[in-house]
Design a binder for this molecule. Structure first.
Ligand code: RET
Length: 362
């Protein structure tokens, strides 16, 4: 399409976009990988938080101490509904800055149309909706994570589309698969809460997905993908700095999601990893703000309107629910459906269809 909204997944996988919207192949320029001290500090900060929580939860497990489900669920709802949701809107504000009225209108229209389609999918088949929700969550984490690596650290060890696709799969999969392997029953419970928003019991015929041999198979394939990603990157990038950072982060994410209980882990991941690093990434560009205060001010101003809009939409959704959840974990199910419905256009329109820039542009 000449509108600038056109399929670009393959282009994106080919490498980070350059200023004119084309992709760069092979070696990246120093400017691209330089980032700023601020962006690097945010990356470092995310490592500290994630390593700290991993150690803390490993210690809790060793001491047989469990954080009650209710508090984990409340932490998910609190962190996702504030920082993460706010940042999501801000990504579009940044992306639409300086674009023509016509483009903005088409962007918004495509966004709303996809919300309706994703919602209808949940209504027609909650289990297909759940599969879509999980896929879009992994794609957002995977592609968004790789974009930060492109901008702040560099990805010179990822030499092909296959390697970049593997990086997306491994980073995105980290958000879902380790926790699923550790406690498939808990996953089935949350998945159940998600489908129950539309059709109670819809997950019952699919409980084999949360038992062996499926769990072992999925875990085994994922472990193989992690191994392939790390070894291919190491060999092709000659164990360069970017490979060491990528490998360290990938293993940190896997350890985090193996140790921290799932809803809490996802609730920490999107605000404290995806949003924090995505915001810091902006400072790695030429025209981005360069102090923490300026960055926070810009996010606060830019994200307010879409945040209120999303909260109103979610509020309306909750008000018209046929069955109001009766527990905090039940609300996690509702919120996960709601955020996934808007995450579909977030990723598809905001990244894949936006050929020129996209929410993860540098
Ligand atoms: C809570 C939770 C789940 C679902 C989470 C989802 C679907 C989150 C979506 C987040 C998005 C799209 C964030 C965007 O910023 C699972 C994996 C079923 C089980 C474990 C707990």
């Amino acid at each position: 399409m000449s509108t600038g909204l056109g399929s670009s997944v393959r282009t994106w996988l080919a490498g980070p976009p350059s200023d004119d919207g084309e992709v760069e192949r092979g070696e990246q320029s120093d400017e691209l990988v330089a980032g700023t001290a601020l962006a690097r500090r945010a990356v470092l900060g995310s490592w500290v938080v994630f390593a700290g929580l991993t150690v803390a939860f490993a210690a809790f497990a060793a001491a047989d101490v469990a954080v009650p489900l209710r508090y984990r669920a409340l932490a998910y709802l609190g962190l996702m509904g504030t920082i993460s949701l706010y940042h999501g809107g801000f990504e579009h504000v940044v992306n639409l800055r300086g674009r023509g009225q016509g483009f903005r209108f088409r962007y918004l229209l495509a966004y709303l149309a996809l919300i309706v389609i994703a919602y209808d999918l949940f209504v027609l088949s909650p289990v297909v909706g759940l599969a879509l929700a999980l896929s879009i969550t992994a794609l957002k984490a995977g592609h968004g994570g790789l974009a930060v690596l492109d901008a702040v650290v560099g990805t010179d060890h990822l030499r092909s589309r296959v390697q970049r696709a593997l990086a997306v799969a491994v980073r995105g999969g980290a958000v879902l698969i380790p926790a699923y392997v550790v406690d498939p029953g808990l996953y089935a419970m949350y998945g159940g809460y998600m489908v129950n928003v539309f059709e109670p019991g819809a997950l019952q015929p699919f409980l084999w997905l949360f038992a062996d041999p499926t769990v072992s198979l999925v875990g085994g394939v994922y472990a193989g993908a992690v191994g392939a990603h790390l070894s291919l990157g190491g060999l092709r990038g000659r164990f360069s700095r970017s490979w060491r950072v990528d490998a360290g982060e990938t293993l940190l994410l896997v350890a985090f999601f193996l140790t921290v209980p799932p809803a809490l882990a996802i609730g920490v991941y999107f605000p404290c990893w995806y949003a924090a690093r995505g915001t810091a990434r902006l400072t790695a560009g030429d025209d981005g703000p360069s102090t923490a205060r300026a960055v926070i001010g810009r996010v606060a101003r830019g994200g307010a309107l879409p945040w209120v809009g999303a909260l109103v939409l979610f509020g309306l959704g909750a008000a018209f629910l046929a069955r109001t959840p009766s527990s905090a974990a039940g609300w996690v199910g509702f919120y996960s459906v709601a955020i996934s419905v808007i995450a579909v256009p977030h990723v598809v329109v905001g990244a894949y269809l936006d050929r020129k820039r996209g929410i993860w542009s540098i």
